[in-house]
Ligand binder design. Structure first.
Ligand SMILES: [Zn+2]
Length: 84
């Protein structure tokens, strides 16, 4: 983003990492997951990509992006279609 959609500030921090903290203060990069076969009992085939974020240094608004959006899109559209 070029400027904050919330407050209009141009103080954009472009390389914010989204991490979770685990035991012993270990950090884990957050990931986004799409399941190729969401209805399967096992072997749902998780396709993952990391997240990156930009944040506003004025009001704190955060916008996150998939690092590899094509990968998740492909998994999404390649799901077997099922009848509702
Ligand atoms: Zn802002």
């Amino acid at each position: 983003m070029k400027e904050c959609p919330e407050c209009g500030s141009d103080k954009i921090i472009r390389d914010v990492k989204l991490v979770d903290h685990g035991d012993n203060n270990a950090t884990y990069n957050q990931t986004a997951v799409v399941y190729e076969k969401p209805d399967a009992l096992i072997f749902k085939t998780a396709v993952k990509t990391a997240l990156r974020a930009e944040a506003c240094g004025g009001c704190g608004f955060v916008q996150s992006y998939l690092v590899d959006p094509k990968r998740l899109w492909f998994a999404y559209v390649s799901r077997p279609s099922h009848v509702e």
